[in-house]
Design a protein around this ligand. Structure first.
Ligand code: GAZ
Length: 270
């Protein structure tokens, strides 16, 4: 029987990064065993049996073989079971406040991903407006509950562990969509929050360069490691290493670049 819980994950997945950030905050990055799942290959039958057929990751397997799904659920479970102090707010009202903010992550994440995956140039503006509306709502929430601070409470906590990986993924929006938060006061509070989140040392599991390069295919509508026509490799592969690949062309409304142009054909024949 393993001594630690196992987290099955995709290394650059934002939902899995939430867990890595939490463990880093607790000073126990090694409290779980991370097992990498290659989503470009058919899923291992043993793992599929454990999840009863679902494929979404992360999945946590406890020391005695029980299964938990959903990153937010796994996050709270590990917060309560791993040493290093609770990262959720202890006060029930404050915890309720952080959960209200966390409840906004789904629509926010979905808006950014559908924006980057959009292939219709004419729809670009409406995606942008939708996302800006959600940023404005985060701004308003932070003004209500934490007008003068950086984080929601005094320190980087549960809500920050949830949103920071999403803010990092949205680097694909500034690169492929030229998206920026407008320099207007209605975004000042969320801008400050985002900057403090991105600056935190517990959130260094990935980088802008890695995200921009790995998510190239997302900008052409191909998510989760799926293949675009004319390509033999997904930009989401971990070999060749992203550092050896060139920065991809930023133009997404046009024909996608080839394997070779993306540096994916390196060691061709291999
Ligand atoms: N709600 C779950 C959680 O744990 O929080 C979500 C987990 C999830 O979606 N995992 C994805 C997965 O395992 C990888 S990350 N996919 C493989 C599979 O076989 O299911 C998000 C989007 C989106 C496209 C992609 C993603 C994403 O919108 O990051 O919107 C939120 C997937 C088009």
């Amino acid at each position: 029987m393993p001594l630690k819980p196992i987290v099955y994950h995709i290394p650059v997945c934002p939902f899995s990064q939430r867990i890595e950030i939490l463990l880093q905050l607790k000073g126990h990055a090694d409290a779980v065993e991370f097992r990498v799942v290659d989503i470009t290959r058919p899923r291992d039958a043993k793992l599929l049996r454990k999840t009863r057929g679902t494929t979404a990751l992360p999945v946590l397997e406890t020391e005695d073989g029980r299964i938990l799904k959903e990153s937010l659920v796994i996050l709270q479970y590990l917060d309560e079971t791993v040493a290093g102090g609770l990262k959720r707010r202890a006060d029930p009202f404050e915890h309720a406040v952080e959960r209200m903010l966390i409840a906004k992550e789904g629509p926010f994440t979905a808006a950014g991903y559908t924006f980057v995956m959009n292939q219709d140039r004419a729809a670009r503006r409406s995606h942008e407006e939708k996302l800006l509306k959600l940023f404005a709502q985060l701004d308003d929430f932070l003004r209500e509950h934490s007008p003068g601070g950086e984080f929601l409470f005094a320190e980087f906590g549960l809500a920050e562990a949830v949103f920071t990986p999403i803010f990092m993924r949205f680097w694909f929006l500034d690169y492929y969509e030229g998206f920026e938060l407008p320099a207007e006061p209605e975004f000042d509070r969320v801008r400050r929050w985002r900057a403090a989140c991105l600056d935190h040392p517990a959130a260094r599991q990935t980088s802008r360069e890695e995200i921009v390069k790995l998510y190239y295919d997302y900008a052409f509508g191909a998510g989760n490691g799926s293949l675009l026509p004319g390509r033999t490799k997904s930009s989401f592969v971990f070999e060749p290493d992203f550092k050896t690949r060139p920065w991809p062309p930023a133009e997404k409304y046009g024909p996608p670049a080839s394997d070779a142009a993306l540096g994916l054909a390196a060691g061709s024949g291999a």
